[in-house]
Design a protein. Structure first.
Length: 186
């Protein structure tokens, strides 16, 4: 029988991943606002997302090595810290280099999350549960896309750029607190 603690650990991991996905996809709903804010063309704004994904991809192998060395807790917390810093940077950036720096931080933090959450599953659950929980983790995290489309879009259109990105930073900060207080590697 799986302990309630294991389910709590997994749930916190899923929350951190959901936050990471919302951070990753948030820029998809701010195209027009971003072109105005950064006085940039659509092509320049697309670079923000492409660079973020390149950072994410480039860090997958190093992150895999680091999660084995430092553990999931440290990597998930570190990733959420980087994403919070990236969203804070975006909240106040008003030029392309500042915006790009924010997206690089988000990409780096995002890269640290999924593999670290997946690493928790075999540590806390019986081998027979690992495949199903791995799939459910990936699917659950994708709910972050819904957050970046609906509530985030509502915030950006009603409150503006800075409050919207501060909300994303706050979500990452909440993930950091939950991970540091409740998540354990073993």
């Amino acid at each position: 029988m799986t302990s309630p603690r294991a389910w709590l650990i997994w749930t916190i991991g899923i929350f951190a991943y959901l936050v990471a996905v919302s951070q990753r996809t948030s820029f998809g709903v701010v195209g027009l606002e971003a072109t105005d804010r950064f006085h940039a063309s659509a092509a320049q704004i697309s670079f923000f997302t492409v660079l973020q994904l390149l950072v994410y991809a480039a860090l997958q192998i190093p992150v895999g090595v680091m999660v084995d060395r430092f553990g999931s807790r440290a990597m998930i917390a570190g990733g959420a810290i980087l994403m919070a810093l990236g969203q804070l940077q975006l909240a106040f950036a008003d030029n392309i280099p500042g915006g790009v720096l924010g997206r690089v931080l988000v990409g780096a933090g995002d890269a640290m999350t999924f593999v670290s959450v997946i690493r928790l599953i075999p540590l806390w659950f019986a081998p027979v549960r690992v495949p199903l929980l791995t799939q459910l983790t990936g699917m659950s995290g994708q709910l972050g896309q819904l957050f970046s489309v609906v509530p985030f879009a509502l915030i950006i259109h009603s409150a503006g750029w800075t409050p919207a990105f501060l909300t994303l930073a706050a979500m990452s900060a909440l993930a950091v607190v939950l991970v540091l207080v409740l998540l354990q590697d073993q």
